[in-house]
Design a protein around this ligand. Structure first.
Ligand code: GAR
Length: 185
């Protein structure tokens, strides 16, 4: 059984999809750690329900990214983490995590990369007026949403309601993340 760490910053619906799939044996894996960089994030309430161990921190309490990334990597070593799944973790992964966990970190992003990188992909795509939206899962490297693509899924939407695009996209995200993790492990 593979050991997964999930990183999140906010709502945590992708964390919950992964944790649920593990609990239901739809994934031969266990979420052994949830890493959260926002102490008040709703994902922490979801983690309580599943009993997932949490490492929560505020980046502003550390002088350098390498300081908190060392703490995260040490904890992941102790827990023998096989795969890191970024799930709405709104922070660039730094040198420490890349050197120690590179090649084992994946991210889910709400656009058809390489279009619309960054934190506001859906809003930018709606503003641009695209008609085909999508979700990408990719390996994480030192670039912003730029690592090698593992999986993509598209959907059509002809309108200007970004909330609706988020809603449609998240339904796909939860399915695609589980399918992709299953293939990788
Ligand atoms: C997801 O839609 C994910 O694709 C996005 O954050 C959301 C988190 O939702 N990630 C990015 O934009 C990364 N650049 P969740 O907290 O409900 O899982």
């Amino acid at each position: 059984m593979k050991r997964i760490a999930v990183f999140a910053s906010g709502n945590g619906s992708n964390y919950e999809a992964i944790a649920t799939a593990c609990a239901n044996h739809n994934l031969d894996a266990e979420v052994v750690l949830l890493v959260v960089d926002k102490p008040g994030a709703y994902v922490l309430q979801r983690a309580e329900k599943f009993g997932t161990p949490v490492l929560a921190f505020s980046p502003k309490d550390y002088a350098f990214k390498s300081d908190y990334e060392t703490i995260i990597a040490d904890r992941m070593d102790e827990l023998k983490v096989d795969l890191v799944c970024l799930a709405g973790y709104m922070r660039i992964i730094g040198d420490v995590l890349l050197s120690r966990y590179g090649g084992r970190i994946i991210n889910i992003h709400p656009s058809l990369l390489p279009a619309f990188r960054g934190a506001h992909a859906v809003e930018q795509a709606v503003e641009y007026g695209v008609k085909v939206y999508g979700i990408t899962i990719h390996w994480v490297d030192a670039t912003l949403d730029g690592g090698k693509i593992i999986a993509q899924r598209a959907f059509e939407y002809d309108g200007n309601d970004s909330e609706e695009v988020h809603r449609l996209g998240q339904i796909i995200e939860h399915q695609l993340y589980i399918e992709t993790i299953n293939k990788l492990i």
